[in-house]
Structure formats: C-alpha cells, structure tokens
Design a protein around this ligand. Structure first.
Ligand SMILES: N[C@@H](CCC(=O)N[C@@H](CS)C(=O)NCC(=O)O)C(=O)O
Length: 240
C-alpha cells in the first residue's frame, strides 16, 4: 500500500491526517505530487514501513520538515525479499529513498532530512548545536534504546523474556537522569526550539511509554516527552 503526503494536503487534525486518508484525498495528494520542491518531484522521497514501526520516526521528521513523501506500508513478510533488500540491505524498516539516494537507520535518516530540508528550523544553524544533535542522537541509540526496547517487545508479544526486559529497564534511571538534568529549566534539548535532537531522542524515549516502563522519577523527561509526542506532525497512533 502506498500513500503520498504533501505539506499542503495534510489535514489539520493529526488523527485525521493518518487515519482519514480517503480515496479522494489520496487522489488529490497524487495530483499535488506533480509540484516541485528544491527541484525534486514531490514523490522523490519514499518512506517504507508500517506506522507502528521505526518508520514512524521518519514520517514524523518528514512532516516536521514540511517535505512531501510517499509512504509505502511494507509488510513484515516482504522485508527479506530481494526487492526490499535492494532498498534496505538489512531487511528492516524503515527503508528510505530520496531520488537515487537510499539510506537506512531511522535516526540517521532523520538527520539527513532535517539537514537537507530544515536548516535553521528543525536542524540547527550552528556547528556547536549540530554537535549536540549528534551527541543526543547517538546517546539515545546506544544508551537508551537497548534498555527500553525489550519491554516494548514483551508488550507487543514479540518477546517472552519479561525478566530480561525488566532487568534492562531497571538500568534506565541513571541514564535518564542525564537527560533529566539537561532538560532542567528548558523546554527543548537545544533551548527554546524543538529540533531534530528532540525528535530523535523523543522517539527513542517513547519506547518506555509503550513498553509500560514507569519513568515518572524523571520529571523533566516525562514532561518533555509529552511535549514531543503532542507535536502536530506526529502520528498519535505511532509506536516509534
Ligand atoms: N536501528 C535500526 C533498527 C531497524 C529495525 O530493527 N526495524 C524493525 C522494525 S521497528 C524491523 O524491521 N524488524 C524486522 C526484522 O528485524 O526482521 C533503525 O533504527 O532503523
């Protein structure tokens, strides 16, 4: 299944935006795909994967950037087929293409999208803040995701190792304290404005919510996560 999204076609309500794509609206999105942005046809960007997978992070980022994209909802049982491996040789979603360029790794794709389409807005203008974006993105991927993901997999029924998931989640408090301290007295990681750092780290930390891990001990993180997840560009049904 494939849908084309363009910024001027997105309905105001985030609920309608994802769930209410009727045939008529899909048709008008396809017509809009004839327009160009930065010299590219609108459907040049393709994001592969279910909105219930990490593809959701990338769709969120593309919407924050205001770039149109085609969403290809790729079934799980097709991921190891040659046609999909040609897009992501890992056989995992998200898959991503921007014209001839193909990328994998959800958080890296988001850095690419933000830097290419949203410098000064989602992507910082200064090299120092860019360093902070790299730092937080790598930190989330390496320090947080391995501790939070097992609980989500148990909740979704993909893993039966509830003890292992709990042991991992029990290691989160000192890690999340680092984020909690960084958010003290500020709404967003780079200061006053939501950025791709918040999007990437928020996507990863949201795994705690859907994995039913209590992080209320980290009050700044909890409040910031709700701010991130309330962004209108985010699909509220997603499980990043
Ligand atoms: N680090 C990768 C992880 C990708 C990943 O594991 N995706 C999952 C879905 S969220 C997947 O495709 N799993 C299928 C499989 O492992 O066969 C990323 O962030 O893009």
């Amino acid at each position: 299944m494939s849908q084309v999204w363009s910024p001027d076609q997105l309905p105001a309500s985030p609920v309608i935006r994802f769930r209410g794509l009727t045939k008529g609206l899909a048709g008008s999105c396809l017509r809009a795909s004839k327009k160009t942005m930065k010299g590219k046809t609108m459907a040049d960007i393709k994001i592969y994967g279910s909105p219930m997978s990490r593809a959701s992070r990338v769709m969120w980022c593309a919407k924050e950037c205001g770039v149109p994209f085609e969403h290809v909802d790729t079934p799980w049982d097709k991921l190891k087929e040659p046609s999909f491996l040609a897009i992501n040789p890992n056989g995992k979603v998200p898959g991503f293409a921007d014209g001839e360029l193909k990328l994998f790794e959800s958080l890296a794709i988001n850095l690419y999208l933000a830097k290419k389409y949203s410098v000064g807005n989602l992507y910082p203008a200064s090299v120092e803040d860019e360093g902070r974006v790299f730092q937080w993105t790598m930190w989330a991927a390496t320090e947080v995701e391995p501790l939070a993901l097992p609980s989500l997999l148990v909740q979704l029924g993909y893993s039966k190792d509830a003890d292992g998931a709990k042991a991992a989640a029990d290691k989160l408090p000192p890690v999340l304290k680092i984020l909690d301290d960084a958010l003290k007295g500020r709404d967003w990681l780079l200061g006053k404005k939501f950025s791709v750092a918040d999007l990437n780290v928020g996507s990863v930390v949201s795994l705690t919510k859907y994995g039913k891990i209590d992080i209320s001990y980290a009050a700044n993180v909890s409040a910031w996560l709700e701010r991130c997840l309330a962004r209108p560009a985010r699909n509220p049904g997603a499980r990043e």
